[in-house]
Write a protein of this length. Sequence first.
Length: 347
Amino acid sequence: MRVRSARTGLACALLALALSAVVLGGDLPCLRVSLPPVMGSLPIAFAARWRLFQAHGVDVEVVALNDDSARLRALAAREIDGMVCDVTTAIRLYASGTDVVITSTIYQPPRQGALAILTTNCMAASKGITSLASLFSPAPPHKPCAISFTTQSDVEFVMDAVLAGIGLTMDGGALYAHVDNLPNLAMRLAIGGVEAAVLPEPYVTYMAHVPPSLTLGCSVVRLLDFAGTQLPPSVIVFRRDVQQTADAPIAAFYAALREAVTRMNAMTASQTVSEGVDVVLSLGFFPGATRASIPRSVLDYLQIPRFPLPGRLDPDLFGAILDWMHRKHYTWKSLAYGQLTTMRYVP
């Protein structure tokens, strides 16, 4: 088992990969898998920590990247073999010429508390933000504010649907601001550096319970919880050439992953949080962070949900996201469900 982390930028990731190939050897077949700083990465990270991949006969090198664009470039450049991502990203990859295949889902966000639109009391006071609607049509002399979230993602798919459902649209000067680095976005929101942001867990809990001394006195204000909204799952994708030539290693990868999920779900909530903190810190998603630097107030409220076993992506959801991407002009290609998915590794 090899674990490597790159904080930002493709160059750091590629350097880590090159060094690991020289320094670390082994006779097992190797898969290089990139993880983003989201909840859906935890099962793979836990499996790596517990050396389950090696026990099942495959060496998995975990490359943790905060930067979404760097991760996509690394996959296109064949520097990694697969990654955890959202459905929109998988379609974007395929449509842009990186031949990938969705091999399974890995995490289904719950309908309660998994995503929220946040601002801060500092920003509310200076920008006149009193509600979600005030972002779009603020009282004079304030101007419309931007909602920041990850670039061309499932979050935007959900945002468009939720806003339309409550009678809000992107007309009238309201803005979406796209970012590539989720931890950086959370940090900027915490100190009042962005007007509003869409964040998933565990960032929402951290923002709600971090001491004011760490946020320049700003405290979080929830503008909208996506309660009751079915959020798309995180998925695992591999380059198609890897899936076709490394079928046995990928099957071993999934055997280890299923064992990790079963083991995680058998742990108590406190055990999962305690070990999960060490797992995340070891990946280097949050430079300079240590267990001691995480406020107790955050750990007391932090929850890691139960994870389903890897499964198949819902075809209707795939179709809905693809139709939305066509309307947004994010892709023009027609794409059948079977062109981008395989059932080889799921029941």
